[in-house]
Write a protein of this length. Structure first.
Length: 492
């Protein structure tokens, strides 16, 4: 089971106090902290351990190859580099996509402040890629209620205020308004969504919530209940304006949830309940998940960026100069203490924060490899590596700021309006090519652009001809029968 923690310190960032005591790794929705060894040194987060503890699956080369085959698109560099590294039932989503069956994307953000940083944008960048790739509806939840319940000081008015600016930041990532619905819990809870929240909460006991999230007797009951709100968003039937009113249909439509791995406990719980629920005999679809690791804090890979610690993060509002100073001053270096030693032994890219950021933000695989080799052999010094990192982050943040400047209140209204969405799904799916017995069926498209191979076209043409022949025969038969029925005189 998940590591138990005290889920009361949500507002207080876990890396704000000096850590001295030896401590196990903690990753859950409220705390993210690598193991602390006996000397008080914080170790990098061990993601393999999380996969084991949580019971998720690693994304392997085989799955990536299938994803590429099914979508005809090269996997995003987060996938290629193991930044999006783990999943639950992603195969089932690919099966559905192949068959042209519906699914949707669901992700979210807790609006805890106006200061969105580069770490926050990672899951959203990946979500945009998923939306562009699969052409499916996307639902983005703003958990203003969660941020109120898990904070000691914030007022409802404050968190609701953050919703508007956070929605603008999210829209600036580049989501398609025709396919995207953003909502705030305070505004949208009610109707079909509330019915699902209550259905979910009825099937979670206090014992389960404690085991999953580490609550105790002093936890307020809003916190204990909150998981059913985040969970119920995984069910398509919570959104009749998008998927229709017929719950017998919509309970079978699953979500694919891209998120950072700390959100997994919510959905592990939702999957358990989904497996036990039926609507008029029809089973609820379990949500599938695809997990990203965290963008490390400037101080090192033992923790993630924190919005409340300015020098831990690069914010989306930072100026080019602020970015430069933060990286130069605070980014943890994997370089050696002296230039001489560095030239001799080389740097350690696995802990070097500037290099780790380049894995996220530098898309060119060859350039990244060249930098890796140069740094590890000591040919490149820390200052040079940091300069490249600064350039890339300045570029990323400036491009975001340009798009963000164009998002106004009207745009937010458009995205947050309860309305039907339009999407296309898999353009290749409606033409079902039956499997051929002799096994020479070629499932993969020839050029990845949605066209069919020659083999597939030939088979399709054969099928069409066979269908036409059959139809012709049936027509002739019917005509003969009609003639017979009309009597012998008509046969001439
Ligand atoms: N609890 C998340 C947060 O604090 C917000 C959230 C809600 C979310 N639903 C989600 C994140 C689904 C990822 C996927 O930021």
């Amino acid at each position: 089971m998940a590591t138990k923690v005290d889920a009361t310190a949500h507002d207080e960032p876990s890396n704000s106090e000096p850590v001295q005591k030896q401590q196990k790794q903690t990753v859950d929705p409220y705390n993210v902290q690598g193991e602390v060894d006996e000397n008080g040194v914080v170790k990098a987060i061990d993601y393999n351990k999380l996969v084991d503890e949580f019971g998720t699956k690693k994304i392997d080369d085989e799955l990536l190859a299938r994803l590429e085959r099914v979508t005809g698109k090269r996997p995003h560099h987060f996938l290629r580099r193991g930044i999006v590294f783990s999943h639950r039932d992603l195969e089932l989503i690919l099966d559905r996509y192949e068959r042209g069956e519906p699914f949707f994307l669901y992700t979210g953000r807790g609006p805890s402040s106006d200061s969105v940083h580069v770490g926050h944008t990672i899951p959203f960048e990946f979500t945009k890629w998923l939306q562009d790739t699969f052409d499916v509806p996307l639902i983005i939840m703003l958990t203003d209620d969660e941020k109120y319940l898990f904070s000691e000081k914030k007022t409802i008015e404050e968190v609701q205020g953050y919703c508007n600016s956070n929605a603008k930041d999210i829209i600036a990532i580049g989501f398609d308004p025709a396919k995207t619905f953003i909502f705030s819990d305070f505004d949208y809870v009610g109707g079909a969504f509330y019915r699902n929240i209550v259905r979910l909460s009825k099937h979670i006991t206090l014992n389960q919530a404690r085991a999953i999230f580490g609550f105790n007797e002093s936890s307020n009951i809003g916190r204990i209940h909150f998981g059913s709100i985040q969970g119920a968003t995984s069910w398509a039937s919570s959104f009749p304006h998008i998927f229709g009113e017929d719950e017998k249909e919509t309970v079978g439509i699953p979500a694919l949830i891209p998120c950072a791995i700390d959100q997994d406990p919510y959905f592990r719980m939702t999957r358990d309940v989904s497996a036990r629920l039926k609507y008029q005999g029809k089973p609820y679809a379990k949500p599938s998940l695809i997990h990203a690791l965290f963008l490390p804090a400037l101080q090192g890979p033992g923790t993630k960026m924190s919005a409340s610690i300015d020098e831990s993060a690069i914010f989306m509002r930072d100026t080019p100069n602020q970015i430069k100073n933060k990286i130069n001053k605070h980014a943890f270096s994997g370089g050696k203490v002296s230039e001489e030693e560095h030239r001799q032994l080389g740097g350690d890219t696995s802990v070097d924060v500037a290099f780790q950021y380049l894995r996220f933000f530098l898309e060119d695989d060859e350039e990244l490899e060249r930098i890796k080799v140069a740094y590890e052999t000591g040919e490149m010094l820390t200052g040079e590596l940091k300069a490249i990192c600064i350039r890339e982050l300045q570029r990323y943040v400036a491009a975001f700021q340009d798009r963000r400047a164009k998002v106004d209140d009207e745009t937010v209204k458009l995205f947050m309006e309860t309305r039907p969405l339009k999407w296309g799904g898999n353009p290749r799916a409606p033409i079902v090519i039956p499997k051929v017995e002799n096994g020479d069926a070629d499932e993969s498209p020839a050029d990845g652009e949605g066209k069919m191979t020659k083999n597939q076209l030939k088979k399709l043409e054969k099928m069409r001809q066979a269908e036409a022949k059959k139809a012709q025969k049936a027509k002739e038969k019917a005509e003969q029968a009609a003639a017979k029925a009309a009597g012998p005189s008509a046969t001439v």
